[in-house]
Design a protein around this ligand. Structure first.
Ligand code: GLY
Length: 244
């Protein structure tokens, strides 16, 4: 599959999602002012050199991998780091990582100087098919997950299926849960394909198409219900409050 573009049509908040092997290299062309890359310790181990070479960010903020880092304190640390390095309102934060990285970078971008641009380069299957699309950014509190956050959309999402090849298995498992969910809620043909192929390994030759299909389903849902008051709840299998 050549590089495919999914345009999320949200008027002044509209943005492109590019999907294709090698598409992460387009990060070298980002023209959004100074770039601050945010990533976690595991992703930095795998992609730190690539980040330094291709994104060429003059600064990189790395936090310890895992949901335990997804706190207001880490977000303020990102903002404090940006301030220390004198990032201004024309800057752009670049999230390279899974859902936790995307959520925190997006939330930091939403509040730093009352909002700077951000770009998502998701590196887990879950982030590629779900969390990097739709603008939900948040952190957890001891009282619950995602209790503090915003709807804040990226300027661009670069989805490169190649990065999934080096991923530990548990990052594939939770992402496949989401892929199967899209089949269940919106795409019987996708569900049949998943059943026929039977495993993630057997999907390799059509993985970009599968990701494209999931992202496009999510696009439709987000366009219909950006602020999660009706149809979008279906993505969390909350069906009782969906409007028709
Ligand atoms: N992950 C569900 C949503 O974005 O609404």
């Amino acid at each position: 599959m050549a590089v495919e573009t999914v345009r999320v049509g949200l008027e002044e908040r509209a943005y492109d999602i590019l999907i294709g092997s090698g598409v992460r290299e387009r990060a070298a062309e980002l023209a959004y002012g100074r770039l601050l890359t945010v990533t976690d310790s595991e992703v930095d181990e795998r992609y730190g050199k690539w980040i330094d070479t291709v994104i060429g960010a003059d600064s990189k903020f790395i936090f310890p991998a895992g949901e335990a880092s997804k706190t207001p304190v880490t977000v303020i640390d990102i903002c404090r780091y940006a301030a220390l390095k004198k990032y201004d309102r024309k800057s752009c934060f670049v999230a390279v990582g899974g859902g936790v990285v995307g959520d925190m970078t997006g939330f930091a971008a939403a509040i730093y100087m009352r909002g700077v641009r951000f770009v998502q380069i998701p590196t887990s299957l879950l982030a590629q098919v779900d969390s990097s699309v739709g603008g939900k950014v948040a952190v957890d509190l001891p009282q619950g997950k995602n209790l503090v956050g915003a709807f804040y959309h990226p300027k661009l999402v670069l989805i490169d299926p190649q990065v999934l090849r080096t991923l530990p298995e548990h990052f594939i498992m939770d992402g496949m849960g989401e892929v199967i969910k899209y089949g269940c809620i919106r795409d019987a043909a996708l569900f049949e394909t998943l059943k026929e192929r039977g495993s993630f390994e057997n999907l390799q030759d059509i993985l970009p198409e599968i990701i494209f299909r999931c992202v496009d389903i999510k696009r439709q849902v987000v366009e219909n219900d950006q602020f999660d008051t009706g149809e979008r709840m279906l993505l969390n299998f909350v069906i009782h409050s969906c409007t028709s």
